[in-house]
Ligand binder design. Structure first.
Ligand code: AVJ
Length: 326
């Protein structure tokens, strides 16, 4: 069904390299230093994230997957979308749950997976073409915070639902969440929808171990960003001299991952002609993972011009899926 398949590339290696340079130049010269979490995900980082989803402590992945399994038929009926757009279409299990349910509901004609990785998208599209004959597949290689205006427009009457799962909105700072949601709202027509997955505020004794597992996989995932900088920017971080920190910031209601320099260090980032100093004990933030209260989800989406439509929550109240309408 090749006539039904299309792949648009809006993000080249050169774009990604320029974005990495800009983020690292500003992050390593900021006080305190910080690096954005998007650079965790090279091939090794993506592999480590897959491992994280299998860890006994990392409940968010399983919480969302079982919530989605239990509620997706309801979601599909409540939505009635003909085109499902999935931002950061990482997990094939969740994609299949969505597509099966929207097919069952009888509305689905087109699936639009969006991801930064062209190879991941090609692989996913190949597999889906076999599994869902007759479904139009339109991949978009791009950055979800920037390239949404490049999404295929709705065909007349072809209502779209954008799915943003995984709780990834929690990795954005509050201002960035607002900018992102406003951008999503601006590309949608009135009546079109967003399905958004969010981790919920729960016991810190549950949250912290999910980001500080006993096997040390999350620590490796966190440190991997330094390997990315060493390889991509010719930096000379002594990766083993940094330790993983996971801290619940109660006032901000987010889990913060940091890398702590265990001794004084001089680091050179060749590609940026930049020398950076770390002092022993200095911590650099690498990720926030915001957890939400239902009322905060509503005010956040309303501030961006959406109307809350329905919400589904798992029995342990650790994760929510919220359907909101433009
Ligand atoms: C699924 C990408 C949102 O914040 O929980 C997992 C990434 N970071 N362990 C999250 C992550 C550390 C994750 N996201």
């Amino acid at each position: 069904n090749s006539g039904l398949i299309r792949l648009d590339v809006h993000l080249t290696e050169a774009d990604a390299d320029a974005a990495l340079r800009a983020d690292v130049a500003s992050g390593l010269t900021a006080r305190p230093k910080e690096l954005p979490p998007k650079w965790f995900y090279d091939a090794r980082g993506s592999e480590l994230f897959e491992k994280i989803t299998d860890l006994p402590e990392y409940y968010p992945f399983r919480a969302e997957r079982s919530l989605l399994a239990d509620s997706v038929a309801d979601i599909a009926r409540a939505s009635g979308a003909e085109t499902v757009v999935e931002l950061g279409s990482g997990s094939s299990t969740k994609t299949r749950l969505l597509l099966d349910a929207f097919r069952e509901a009888g509305t689905l004609g087109c699936y639009v997976p969006q991801d930064v990785s062209e190879s991941a998208l090609r692989g996913a599209i190949d597999e889906l073409a076999g599994r869902y004959p007759g479904l139009a597949l339109h991949g978009v290689v791009g950055d979800f915070t920037k390239d949404l205006d490049r999404l295929p427009a709705a065909a007349p009457g072809g209502k779209r639902m954008i799915a943003f799962l995984g709780g990834t909105i929690g990795n954005l700072l509050p201002d960035q969440r607002h900018a992102f949601l406003t951008h999503v709202r601006s590309v949608l027509e009135p009546g079109e929808q967003l399905l958004i997955g969010t981790g919920l505020v729960t016991d810190p004794a549950v949250i912290v171990p999910a980001y500080d597992d006993s096997a040390g996989v999350t620590a490796e995932f966190n440190r991997n960003v330094l390997h990315v900088l060493n390889r991509e920017l010719g930096a000379n971080f002594d990766v083993d001299a940094f330790t993983h920190v996971a801290a619940w910031e109660a006032d901000k209601e987010w889990l913060e991952m940091r890398l702590r320099a265990e001794r004084d260090m001089e680091v050179r980032v060749e590609a940026l002609d930049l020398d950076v100093t770390f002092t022993a004990g200095e911590e650099m933030r690498t990720e926030i993972s915001g957890k939400f209260r239902p009322s905060n989800i509503d005010s956040m989406v309303v501030a961006a011009g959406f109307e809350p439509t329905r919400r589904w929550t798992d029995a342990d109240e650790r994760f929510a899926l919220s359907l909101v309408t433009a």
